[in-house]
Design a protein around this ligand. Structure first.
Ligand code: UD1
Length: 364
């Protein structure tokens, strides 16, 4: 049998592919793990392979950072050669990063079937590079593996064939549940000298928030206010770190008392931090889901979300980067404990099994 290529490239891909990789291997299917190298720093990439028990990738393209066009083009050029050499039976891509669309586009033009994990999510915000990547990837994929019913509805509305769409649940939750025990053993709270349940966890890296001086200033101001009475931990994404420097905010943010800035953290330490936090302040897609799965209140620094189920069922609320709204949301959570929320259907840790069943049937 020709191999199945699993593509990873950027940080949010790793936790989506790890459980699928191990399930396909368990079934003795021929799998090639390919890393495009979109993310390459040790703490944006290697540490996740270690934490998630993934082996070193079989193929590493090493494309690195660049403009969208250059990065996408480089991945495409390199991945085309891989597809020609390996003649895979299926290419599996995940999420919405540049590596996702680049590899899906190459495969489909070579008449290699594509499966998209996390298909159908829509923010309806075409200013987000990820929204463009999602729509285009779904349009050319042969198997659309969706995490929730809203995703199926989006795909049907866009005219995708019903037979291609498979509701499989949220694969991130497979990784989360697989690693909760290890997270309990993390020393990160001691290392950062914070008490469990007594801190806010912050992440921000969306271009719409951090690439614009005014927007980043509004978020920094909100953090300053929150830190007046609470400790907070803010692992800085390289993009955010660069932008804080560029706009001259680095010193200001370093001086906020109660705020602990760290480098990007690995999966296990970060999971430990989410699980014991009072609330999470973020613009990440994955964190909106992880907080819903763990019942931790989440304030999302965006005006929209491609994951509406985290609002309808989960613990998520949207504030955008409006300083006043962020502070209000925090005060409300601090006083009243925040939304309780429920766990959405099929966020049960068995998504990789369901996907593997579908892949096996498809390749028969
Ligand atoms: C990418 C994804 C985004 C995802 C995010 C998670 C796209 C379009 N965006 O955004 O959806 O939420 O990853 O992190 O694919 N850099 C480093 N080291 C690295 C990687 C990046 O220093 O290992 C720096 C570089 O200066 C680079 C910048 O971060 O230019 C941005 O990286 P890039 O991969 O282009 O986009 P992200 O903002 O990480």
């Amino acid at each position: 049998m020709e191999p199945i290529i699993l593509v990873v490239g950027a940080r949010p891909n790793f936790m989506k592919m790890a459980p699928l990789y191990s399930e396909l291997k368990r079934r003795k299917l021929p799998v090639i793990l390919l890393h495009t190298g979109q993310h390459y720093d040790e703490n944006m990439s290697k540490v996740f392979f270690e934490d998630l028990n993934m082996p070193k990738p079989d193929i590493y393209l090493g494309v690195g950072s660049s403009s969208h066009a250059k990065q996408t083009a480089q991945i495409m050029t390199d991945f085309e050669k891989v597809c020609q050499n390996e003649t895979p039976s299926l290419v599996v891509v995940a999420g919405d990063v540049n590596s996702t669309i680049a590899c899906a586009l190459v495969a489909t033009k070579l008449a290699i079937p594509v499966a998209h994990v996390e298909a159908g999510l829509r923010s309806f915000d075409m200013n987000m590079p990820e929204e463009i990547n999602r729509i285009l990837t779904d349009r050319i994929s042969n198997i659309l593996l969706t995490p929730s019913k809203d995703a199926n509805e989006n795909l049907i509305r866009e005219g995708m064939e019903q037979e291609k769409i498979k509701l499989v649940g949220n694969i991130m939750i497979d990784s989360l549940l697989n690693n909760l025990e290890s997270a309990k053993k993390s020393n990160i709270h001691d290392e950062l000298k914070i008490d469990k349940t007594e801190y806010v966890l912050i992440t921000a890296h969306r271009p719409s928030n951090v690439d614009y001086e005014n927007n980043l200033a509004r978020i920094v101001k909100a953090i300053e206010a929150i830190c007046e009475d609470t400790k907070a931990v803010f692992p800085l994404h390289p993009r955010t770190s660069n932008m804080l420097k560029k706009f001259g905010f680095k010193n200001k943010i370093k001086q906020i008392s109660n705020l602990i800035l760290t480098k990007p953290l690995g999966y296990i330490d970060f999971l430990a931090l989410i699980k014991e936090s009072k609330t999470v302040l973020t613009d990440s897609g994955g964190l909106q889901e992880e907080t819903t799965a763990l019942g931790i209140p989440c304030i999302t620094l965006r005006d929209n979300t491609e994951r509406p189920i985290t609002i309808e069922k989960g613990t998520n609320i949207l504030t955008g980067n409006d300083t006043r709204k962020i502070i209000q949301a925090w005060e409300n959570i601090n006083m009243n404990g925040g939304k309780k929320g429920q766990i959405p259907d099929l966020w049960d840790g068995k998504t990789s099994e369901r996907i593997s069943n579908i892949i096996e049937t498809f390749l028969k």
